[in-house]
Ligand binder design. Structure first.
Ligand code: KIV
Ligand code: ZN
Length: 511
C-alpha cells in the first residue's frame, strides 16, 4: 500500500503574508470550509499572536472545521505559543507550529543569537508547546541555507522533546531540486529517531523551483508538503497546492505516496482565493489557469479530438473545470439561492446579509440571464468586502467615451452615508472614473496594479477587477465584479480605499 502524503495548506498564513492579501475573519472561514471540503489534511489558519484579528480568525476556523487539523503558527517564545494554543483550543484536531531560524545569516543578523541559544530556544519552545497539545510541528527557518551538522543537532533535540512533524523550509527559495531532495535524504538518515516523525517541506518560489523542490523532497521521503492555493505567498509565493497534488496524482508511477484530496474542488478553490485576495491567476498557470486545458493550435485540437490522451495528461473535470455550469437564473427564488451558496460552502453571518446578497443576485440576473457558480462567488466576495470595511460606497456612476471624444466620468460616492458627487476627464473611461473617485476621496494612494479578468466565458461575463493601492508602506488589493467593467473597476477602487482606511495591521512572524 502507498504512503499517505499529508497536504498542509498555508494559504491563510504564508499566503496572507503577500502584500495586499490580508483576509477578514469571514473570508478565512469561507476558505477554511472549502479547504475542508477539498479534504486538505492540515489548515494553517494564521499566526494567532500577530494581532487580535488574527487570533479571532484562527479561533473561528478551529471552531468550525472538523475533518482537517487546524494549526496556528507561533515563534519560539512562550507568548506566541500560548496565544496559538488558546486559538486552536476549540479544534477537534489542533496543531501548534513553532519555528526559529537556524541559518548563520538569520541567527547572526536577524535573531542576534548564537547557535547554542537558538538550540536552547527551539527545545524550550517544543517543550512548552507540548504542555498544550500533542500535535507539535517544528520548523528550522531557512533550513535550506543552514549548516547540516547544526540542523541535525536541532532536529534531534526537538524530536526528543516530542515534536511530531519536522518541517524543512527553503525560506528564500534558494535550493536546487537535487540538492533539496538530498538534504531530506541526509536528514532522514542522520537524525536519530527520524522514523518517529513526519518529514515535511515548505518551499518558496523565488527561483521558480518551489514545486520541483517539494517533489524532489517527496521522492526522498518527505510525507507532508506545505503549499498554498494558486501558489500564493511571500514574494514569488509558495509551492502551489494544485501543482503538487496533481503531479503526485498523475505520476503515480513515480511517487510512492498519494493524497486524500478531492481534486474536483481545486478550480473552485483557486477562484475563491483569487476573488478574496485580489491576486489574479495568470492564464497559462498550470492546472488552474484559464488556458490550462485549452487547445489553441489546430494540430493540437485535431489530436485531442481524435484521442484526448494525445495532448492531455489530466482531465479538466478531474480538477473541477466542469463546475462552470448554469446554476441559477432570473426566476430562481431566495431558497434556491441560499441552497446553492450552502453547496458552495458559503455561509453568511445573518439573514440581513442573505437578503442583501439575494438583492445583488437579482440585480445581476436582470443584466445577465445565466448565472454560474463563479458569478455567485464573485458576487459574495463583493458583498462581504463592502460589508466588512465600509467608509466609501459607490452610489452611482456614468461615463462617456468614444473614438472622437475625451472620456468623461461622473460619480456619486457616499462617505459614511453623505453623498459626494464628482466628475473628471481621463485618458480612458477607467482613468476618468478613478480620477473622479480620487477627487472626492483624496487618498493620495499610488496605483500599483490594475487587472481585469472575465469571471465566466462569453462577452456577457462579469468582469472581475483587481486594484492594488499603496500608501504609507501599506499595500491593499480591492476587488469588484460587474457585467460593466468600468463599474467593476470603480467598485474595486472603492473597495481598496475602504481597506486602506481600515486597520488590519499585524506583525509579520518572520521579520
Ligand atoms: O518560509 C518559512 O520559513 C516559513 C516558516 C515560518 C515555516 O514560512
Ligand atoms: Zn514560508
Amino acid at each position: 500500500m502507498k504512503d499517505k502524503l499529508i497536504i498542509f495548506d498555508t494559504t491563510m498564513r504564508d499566503g496572507e503574508q503577500s502584500p495586499g492579501a490580508s483576509m477578514t475573519k469571514e473570508e478565512k472561514l469561507r476558505i477554511a470550509r472549502h479547504l475542508e471540503r477539498m479534504r486538505v489534511d492540515v489548515i494553517e489558519a494564521g499566526f494567532a499572536a500577530s494581532s487580535p484579528g488574527d487570533f479571532d480568525a484562527v479561533q473561528a476556523v478551529a471552531a468550525i472545521v472538523k475533518d482537517s487539523t487546524v494549526c496556528s503558527l507561533a515563534r519560539a517564545n512562550d507568548r506566541d505559543i500560548s496565544r496559538a494554543a488558546e486559538a486552536i483550543r476549540p479544534a477537534k484536531q489542533g496543531r501548534i507550529h513553532t519555528f526559529i531560524a537556524t541559518s548563520p545569516i538569520h541567527m547572526e543578523k536577524k535573531l542576534r543569537m548564537t547557535p547554542e541559544q537558538v538550540l536552547a530556544e527551539a527545545v524550550n519552545a517544543v517543550r512548552f508547546a507540548r504542555k498544550f497539545a500533542d500535535d507539535i510541528e517544528f520548523s528550522p527557518e531557512d533550513a535550506g541555507r543552514s549548516e547540516i551538522d547544526f540542523l541535525c543537532r536541532v532536529l534531534e533535540a526537538v524530536i526528543k522533546e516530542g515534536a511530531k512533524t519536522v518541517n524543512i523550509p527553503d525560506t528564500v527559495g534558494y535550493t536546487m531540486p537535487e540538492q533539496f531532495g538530498g538534504l531530506i535524504r541526509t536528514l532522514r538518515e542522520r537524525v536519530p529517531n527520524s522514523d518517529k516523525v513526519v518529514w515535511s517541506v515548505h518551499c518558496h518560489n523565488d527561483l521558480g523551483l518551489a514545486v520541483a523542490n517539494s517533489l524532489a523532497a517527496v521522492m526522498n521521503g518527505a510525507r507532508q508538503v506545505e503549499c498554498t492555493v494558486n501558489g500564493l505567498g511571500e514574494r514569488a509565493g509558495n509551492a502551489s497546492l494544485e501543482e503538487i497534488v496533481m503531479a503526485v496524482r498523475t505520476r503515480q508511477d513515480v511517487f510512492m505516496c498519494d493524497t486524500r484530496l478531492d481534486t474536483t474542488q481545486i478550480v473552485p478553490a483557486s477562484r475563491l482565493v483569487s476573488g478574496i485576495t485580489g491576486f489574479p491567476v495568470q492564464p497559462n498557470k498550470a492546472i488552474v489557469g484559464a488556458n490550462a486545458f485549452a487547445h489553441e493550435a489546430g494540430i493540437h485540437q485535431d489530436g485531442a479530438l481524435k484521442s484526448r490522451e494525445t495532448y492531455e495528461i489530466m482531465r479538466a473535470q478531474d480538477v473541477g473545470w466542469s463546475a462552470n455550469k448554469l446554476v441559477l437564473g432570473k426566476h430562481s427564488g431566495r431558497n434556491a439561492f441560499k441552497q446553492r451558496l450552502k453547496e458552495l460552502g458559503i455561509e453568511l453571518e445573518s439573514e440581513d446579509a442573505y437578503n442583501k446578497a439575494f438583492q445583488r443576485f437579482k440585480d445581476l440576473a436582470d443584466k445577465k440571464h445565466e448565472i454560474f457558480d463563479e458569478d455567485l462567488q464573485a458576487l459574495i466576495s463583493d458583498e462581504a468586502d463592502v460589508a466588512a470595511t465600509e467608509l466609501w460606497r459607490l452610489v452611482s456612476m456614468q461615463q462617456e467615451s468614444g473614438t472622437s471624444k475625451r472620456p468623461q466620468a461622473k460619480i456619486v460616492l457616499s462617505e459614511s452615508g453623505a453623498e459626494r458627487p464628482a466628475a473628471s476627464e481621463g485618458d480612458g473611461p477607467v482613468d476618468a472614473t478613478f480620477k473622479a473617485i480620487e477627487s472626492v476621496a483624496k487618498s493620495g494612494a499610488e496605483l500599483l496594479l490594475y487587472s481585469v479578468n472575465a469571471v465566466t466565458q462569453g462577452t456577457e461575463s462579469q468582469g472581475e477587477v483587481t486594484v492594488r493601492l499603496a500608501k504609507g508602506g501599506r499595500i491593499v488589493n480591492g476587488v469588484g465584479a460587474d457585467t460593466d467593467i468600468v463599474v467593476a473597476s470603480a467598485k474595486a477602487y472603492v473597495n481598496a480605499l475602504n481597506k486602506l482606511q481600515s486597520r488590519m495591521e499585524r506583525i509579520n512572524p518572520q521579520m
